[in-house]
Design a protein around this ligand. Structure first.
Ligand SMILES: [Zn+2]
Length: 257
């Protein structure tokens, strides 16, 4: 059965039916000349002058219902994506690593070789690989997150260096220094002195998507802007870059907050 959509603002004090959707919104009376609508992560809020009647507000909402419902739908989808991407930092939690699920296994006795953590195949066929971390099962979520992050940072550096060294000769450039960043919105940057900055969160993505960012930044060592000549440079070693660029934009990254 198809459920009619419903949207509710946490501070809703009014409700209106727009098409088949029930929309509970926060109405605020303000000193202004016209009715204002805002759709954000909370939902719909309406600011209206005190002299405008409630039925006039409902009329205005109905007139704009196409825009409002589209915005509410978008906001709900974004919220859903964020929820889906949230990692619970505890034994058994799964997060994407190089595009594949990886399960966190807390192992206080440190029955594995290596510093901080170790990547192991699951004993059960078809199950995700496991990241064993030397922490007790009852460890705080923040401790688990920090240990996984430290491990990921080491993996990121090794992975990026290997891929930079793989693509730099193909592009005829030399990179000099690698810095890891964790910016929420930026995947990489390059400077004319050859230093490259890459976001360690890229390690959530599959290797070909990471390669696209590596090639993008290395190509900047030849062409600093995003001119057609730049994209030709990217395409010279990665003909399929457009699809990879698109999937980088569409992918939700797990939240580390
Ligand atoms: Zn760029």
């Amino acid at each position: 059965m198809l459920q009619p959509a419903s949207f509710s603002h946490p501070r809703a004090n009014r409700e209106v039916l727009l098409g088949h959707a029930r929309v509970a919104y926060a109405l605020q009376r303000v000193r202004r000349r016209s009715i204002g609508f805002v759709v954000d992560a909370d939902g719909l809020s309406v600011r209206a002058p005190s002299w405008v009647t409630l039925s006039a507000i409902d009329e205005a909402l109905k007139e704009k219902s196409g825009w409002i419902l589209r915005k509410l739908g978008d906001a709900q989808l974004r919220q859903q994506k964020r929820e889906d991407a949230r990692i619970e930092w505890k034994n058994g939690a799964v997060f994407p690593f190089l595009g594949e699920p990886l399960r966190i296994v807390l192992d206080a006795e440190h029955r594995f070789a290596g510093r901080g953590g170790a990547l192991l195949d699951s004993a059960l066929p078809g199950e995700p690989r496991e990241l064993h971390i030397a922490l007790p099962h009852a460890a705080d979520a923040s401790k688990v997150r920090d240990a996984v992050q430290a491990w990921l940072l080491r993996q990121a550096r090794a992975h990026f260096v290997a891929r930079l060294d793989h693509f730099a000769p193909q592009l005829g450039v030399r990179w000099t220094r690698l810095r890891l960043s964790s910016a929420q919105t930026r995947w990489g940057s390059a400077r004319s002195d050859g230093s490259i900055c890459l976001n360690w969160r890229l390690l959530h993505f599959r290797p070909s998507v990471i390669d696209y960012v590596v090639v993008h930044e290395l190509s900047h060592l030849r062409v600093m802007d995003h001119s057609p000549r730049f994209w030709d440079t990217v395409g010279s070693v990665m003909p399929e870059y457009k699809a990879l660029r698109r999937s980088l934009k569409e992918q939700a990254t797990p939240s580390w907050e």
